[in-house]
Ligand binder design. Structure first.
Ligand SMILES: [Zn+2]
Length: 293
């Protein structure tokens, strides 16, 4: 349970932002109220009345968050100059030095430069994969969105660790990004403006349907779904996008994610897809899997 006396220093933040009690979900990282995306203006006292809350989160409609996941992501962010300069808000956790967030508050002028997303909002969320291995999910994630929240205080339940801000990098240190930092964001953003045709102009044919979740690249309902499954259930066309894409440099016949064999690439007039077919293991392989997987 959250102790009110420990949270006095967040009073200002709670007054100004949409601060949420955290504790729902499998990993206890979800806000404990429905429609948390709307600003409920909870007070410190109200937040502390949530008995099972283990942490505090805040929505990020006007905060630019750089979420660094893994040591390759640390190196990437450093190489872009995003980890240097004057202090700003940082959220670390005691259980892993390679997973942390750095946060800026863009000026109105800067926010005007953010292109509109599919919903017509000047918000963004995307990942830069920083490790080429398809088996490692290391990435630098960028987001600023009303429907995202970050945890800044309390327990990281899964690892048993605590969230903390290093000295001089508490929320009060949050600053506007420098021109150089903001340019990194705009450059990455422009690379990710995928020029997909409107969905009704894509030729599907009757035999293909669009996957709401692609098992090859992980693109899902909210990521401009475009990967397709054949009605036979055995063939997937996975779009070679920028944020989401199948592993690169596969050789025909190579099996990934247990049972999808790469066939070839296919250009369909506006983009490239990788074609995968369900891999039918040989009897020997089935036996081997039975014993070793
Ligand atoms: Zn895909």
């Amino acid at each position: 349970m959250l102790q009110q006396q420990n949270l006095q220093k967040y009073r200002k933040l709670i007054e100004k932002y949409n601060v949420l009690p955290i504790g729902w979900g499998k990993d206890k990282k979800a806000p404990m109220l429905k429609e948390w995306q709307l600003n409920h203006n909870l007070s410190l006292e109200e937040i502390c009345s949530y008995k099972d809350a283990i942490a505090l989160g805040v929505t990020t409609e006007d905060l630019w968050v750089l979420d660094v996941d893994g040591d390759s992501a640390v190196r990437w962010a450093r190489s872009k100059g995003l980890l240097d300069g004057e202090f700003t808000w940082e959220i670390h956790r005691t259980t892993s030095p390679y997973y942390f967030k750095r946060i800026w508050k863009p000026t109105l002028q800067q926010r005007k430069q953010i292109p509109e997303n599919q919903d017509g909002l000047q918000e963004f969320q995307f990942k830069v994969r920083t490790n080429p291995s398809p088996f490692l999910n290391e990435a630098a994630e960028f987001f600023m969105a009303h429907n995202r929240q970050i945890i800044f205080y309390g327990k990281h339940w899964k690892s048993g660790g605590d969230y903390y801000c290093p000295p001089h990098r508490d929320f009060e240190a949050v600053r506007e990004p420098t021109d150089a930092e903001f340019k990194v964001l705009l450059d990455e953003l422009s690379k990710r403006q995928e020029k997909l045709p409107r969905s009704n102009n894509r030729s599907h044919g009757r035999d293909w349907y669009t996957l709401s979740f692609c098992p090859i690249c992980g693109r899902s309902q909210n990521d401009n779904p475009v990967c397709q499954m054949h009605r036979d259930g055995n063939t997937i066309r996975c779009f070679e996008g920028i944020t989401y894409h199948p592993p690169e440099n596969l050789t025909p016949g190579q099996v990934i994610h247990e049972n999808w064999a790469f066939c070839r690439s296919q250009y369909v007039g506006w983009g490239d897809f990788s074609i995968f077919v369900q891999h039918n293991p040989s009897p020997v392989e089935k036996l081997r899997r039975q014993y070793y997987v």
